[in-house]
Design a binder for this molecule. Structure first.
Ligand SMILES: *Cc1c(COP(=O)(O)O)cnc(C)c1O
Length: 347
């Protein structure tokens, strides 16, 4: 069966007309115009006006950087809002289901529960790779979205092009590839394949490599058709003015972002080398991200010992396939040095 978006969109959403804000109804602002249409306070303080609901100037910069037209970009209040919009647009509560592959990002499950959508979970392999056949076998005619997180959190690895392709081509619902960590990966982004696959949705974020977790800006790339649906249901002013300004400043200085990524990758290598020397670390999982997952003798004990030394990492021991693992975010050179010293002292 061929992928058809009209078979995927919820009936009420297909019929919905977007809320039209004052700024939607009159866009062509020129400096000498008088705006008395949105009940704003007229006294200028930098944020007295509503932000651009389409975030045009942010999208133009992203479009230049990523080579994707602005009509195929949707912005949200973090990727978490983007993911929630996907549930609300395409998954009928108490009827449809979504598929994801644990251990992975916790938000897919939380958002499914919040939206009252059944989940089908297919574990990754011991090496945290996709079980393609099992994943495609679990889908039903009510399966709307498969979430692939690549590079995956918390395991750190990116999935091969071949495995992802098998999922994208083998499913006639939507496949979301969460590329939150793609800028740290040796694997290529799936962005350039976007126009080949009408069922493909790629999410990225400014929270990790771009160093802007505090402004909350998530990005969704998809077909114009999918973006049109999401634009209709998003809250009109979901990305605030301060966020748009900060994002633009950073996007204009992408060379700084690149330098930081390079530094973080060098630090990741040093951290991996140092971890080999820690006696109770039995496994260092290969990382395509800005963190490293390690297996230790007793994750909870080591976690608590590090807290006592003033260092907070993430204990992942309760996650499937992650017994006695710790997730270490790569910090600055001096932070990583402190981590390594502490890891050695507590031996
Ligand atoms: C950190 C992270 C995100 C980022 O979410 P934001 O809401 O954009 O901050 C998305 N996906 C995964 C897998 C992550 O680890």
């Amino acid at each position: 069966m061929k992928f058809e978006l009209k078979n995927i969109v919820r009936e009420n959403i297909a019929k919905l007309k977007a809320y039209s804000s004052a700024r939607d109804e009159f866009e062509e602002a020129t400096a000498d115009m008088v705006f008395l249409d949105a009940n704003e306070n007229p006294f200028q303080n930098g944020v007295n006006r509503y932000p651009d609901p389409k975030q045009k100037s942010v999208k133009v910069l992203l479009s230049e950087l990523k080579g994707i037209p602005t009509s195929q970009i949707l912005l949200g209040n973090g990727s978490d809002e983007v993911l929630d919009l996907l549930f609300r647009a395409f998954c009928e509560p108490k009827e449809d289901n979504v598929v994801f592959l644990p251990p992975t990002y916790g938000m897919y499950g939380v958002l499914a529960e919040l939206n009252n959508i059944e989940t089908k979970e297919v574990l990754l392999t011991e090496a945290f790779d996709i079980r393609v056949d099992e994943t495609l076998q679990v889908i039903t005619d009510k399966s709307k979205i498969i979430f692939l997180c690549s590079p995956n959190n918390p395991s750190g690895n990116a999935f091969s092009e071949e495995k992802i392709k098998a999922i994208v081509e083998g499913f006639n619902g939507l496949v979301v590839i969460d590329e939150a960590y793609i800028d740290f990966s040796g694997q290529e982004s799936w962005l350039e394949k976007l126009n080949k696959y009408p069922n493909l949705i790629i999410t990225q974020t400014l929270s990790k490599a771009f160093g802007m977790a505090g402004i909350r800006l998530g990005i969704c790339y998809a077909s114009e058709e999918i973006i049109e649906v999401l634009n209709r249901i998003k809250p009109p002013y979901n990305v605030n003015e301060l966020t748009q300004q900060k994002a633009k400043e950073r996007l204009l200085k992408y060379n700084e972002v690149e330098k930081e990524i390079e530094t973080i990758l060098n630090q990741r290598n040093l951290l991996e080398v140092a971890l080999v020397e820690v006696s109770y670390v039995s496994k260092i999982y290969p990382s395509d991200a800005n963190f490293v997952l390690v297996k230790v003798d007793d994750a909870t004990k080591r976690y608590n010992q590090l807290i006592e030394k003033g260092i907070v990492i993430r204990n992942r021991t309760t996650q499937p396939l992650c017994e006695n693992t710790l997730r270490l975010t790569v910090g600055t050179a001096s932070e990583n040095k402190k981590l390594i010293e502490a890891l050695k002292i507590i031996e």
